[in-house]
Design a protein around this ligand. Structure first.
Ligand code: GLN
Length: 501
């Protein structure tokens, strides 16, 4: 059986009908992970730990106390701390770091919660800084659609795990696009929830006011199932929202207007003119526009909207995120966690050497920028100014949502580029984030769903952005689209390979 081509929904059915056991599924996926080591998607695998969990999951299923996720394998982005697997956040400074506890998300999805079985940790850009997954101390991750190309970042390992059929589910984090952009570049589905909807406890901080965890999977329906287990208030994260969650699967398959036969009748989709301007590659534009035509066929109405400060999202984000990062990363000092230089003079020298040896180039660049914009004399000119524009960006979305229910546009300006193509030009790399940064700055939920292929047969995703707490509606629209199209079912060359357990 080709279990790796199945959705979580389908695997869940196979587990409950005893067609397959959690242990068989775990072994099946572990074998695929071993056979695709070249993709560099996984950074820590412990077959023993995975099989212990799978055995426990089987016991739960046998007892009749299983949830719809019990026994389903999951891969965790290496930014979530885990008790039984190393956690490095893609950094040399955390080489071989073992956490004494599991992150909230890991616990919620795992055996203490929904009963999923952890396959291991997946590669990422160092401290989630990047748009190509080339900034990892474990090396670049390869895109399973073309191994000479990047998978996007920073949750590149998560996206590749799904797209190559190495796991049916993965966790990701999104500070400025890191769930949506790799999802788009690898042809899978992912959602960044409203800021604060999912606990950040145990998620190594990059930019705390922007970081948000979310699910990545093949379909919108699978993401909804995963989000049900991930979302919710957590007293251990003071920015976690104390608002009841909803059943994110509840609206799937239902028409937008209850009395209509057309699935999207009554839905107003806002198309921001700034998302379709210069810089958007023709092939990506064509795929996104075709998806919009499909939405219209399903009854949706499209309205032009404007997000006038879109261009400023890049300078604003690249002031605020480094500012927060420079503070968050000061904890890595060679004393409490991870790497300490072998040789040093006094205490200050030990800090300097440990950090110089432990951090990669992009992380250092951001610590420098962040320290600079926060320093006396520059704070008002850069940090405070950026905060003010952040507020305007959030307000622009509220103005747009007066005219529409959701916003649609591209995720990234182009399909996945070649490995090494942009590494020497950070500014060029930052431009990749033009369409994804604003929802984070505003704290809004946003997702990516596969909508076709562009140049060189590489996948393209469409981005859907909603107002606060509209995750269920975004997933409803994406699910309706996935009922009418099969882009999400197209298999990458790696997912076409193999199949027998
Ligand atoms: N590419 C952006 C950055 O480099 C976003 C990364 C993210 O969302 N973690 O910061």
């Amino acid at each position: 059986m080709s279990w790796h081509t199945k959705t979580i929904k389908e695997l869940s059915g196979a587990l409950s009908s005893k067609e397959v056991s959690a242990q068989e599924l775990a072994s099946y996926f572990l074998k695929r992970i071993r056979e695709t080591a070249d993709l560099n998607a996984f950074v820590d695998v412990s077959e023993e730990q995975t099989l212990i969990q799978a055995k426990e999951a089987d016991a739960l299923i046998a007892k009749g106390s299983a949830s719809s996720l019990t026994g389903i394998p999951v891969a965790h982005k290496d930014v979530f701390v885990t008790k039984n697997w190393k956690t490095t956040a893609g950094s040399k400074i955390l080489t071989n770091y073992m956490s004494p506890f599991d992150a909230h998300v890991v616990a919620q999805l795992g055996l203490q919660g929904a009963g999923m079985v952890c396959l291991g940790k997946v590669n990422m850009d160092e401290f989630a800084m990047g748009s190509s997954n080339e900034n990892s101390s474990a090396g670049a991750v390869k895109n399973p659609w073309d191994i000479l190309r990047v998978p996007g970042g920073s949750s590149g390992g998560s996206a590749v795990a799904i797209a190559a059929g190495l796991s049916p589910a993965a966790t990701g984090t999104d500070t400025g696009g890191s769930i949506r952009q790799p999802a788009s570049l690898c042809g899978i589905t992912g959602i960044k929830p409203t800021y604060g909807r999912v606990s950040r406890y145990g998620m190594i901080a990059y930019a705390s006011s922007l970081d948000q965890a979310g699910p990545m999977a093949k379909t919108a329906e699978d993401c909804a199932i995963l989000l049900n287990a991930m979302a919710g208030h957590d007293a251990k994260d003071s920015t976690s929202l104390d608002k009841p969650t909803e059943d994110y699967t509840a609206k799937l398959g239902k028409p937008w207007s209850p009395d209509s036969k057309e699935s999207l009748k009554g839905l107003r989709i806002g198309l921001p003119k700034e998302y379709f301007g210069e810089g958007l590659q023709q092939d990506v534009r064509a795929a996104v526009e075709a998806a919009i035509e499909q939405f219209k066929k399903m009854g949706a109405e499209c309205v032009p909207v404007s997000l006038p400060k879109t261009e400023l999202s890049i300078p604003v984000y690249y002031v605020l995120a480094p500012a927060e990062a420079s503070s968050n990363l000061s904890r890595f000092d060679g004393v409490r966690y991870g790497h300490r230089a072998d040789q040093y003079g006094d205490l200050l020298d030990m800090y300097k050497r440990s950090r110089s040896e432990g951090f990669g180039a992009e992380v250092k660049r951001r610590i420098l920028i962040g320290t600079y914009v926060l320093s006396h004399g520059y704070y008002d000119a850069y940090y405070l100014k950026a905060q003010r524009i952040r507020r305007i960006i959030a307000q622009d979305f509220q103005n747009a949502f007066q005219q529409c229910d959701i916003i649609a546009g591209p995720v990234a300006p182009s399909v996945a580029g070649k490995i090494g193509e942009k590494t020497s030009d950070p500014t060029q790399m930052y431009l990749e984030d033009i369409y994804t940064l604003s929802p984070n700055l505003a704290g809004l939920p946003a997702m990516s769903a596969p909508c076709g292929f562009g140049a060189n047969g590489m996948p393209v995703g469409i981005q859907l952005i909603g107002n606060y707490f509209s995750e269920a509606s975004l997933l409803q629209v994406a699910h309706a689209y996935q009922q009418e199209t099969d882009w999400h079912q197209t298999l990458s060359p790696f997912a076409k390979k193999g199949g027998v357990a």
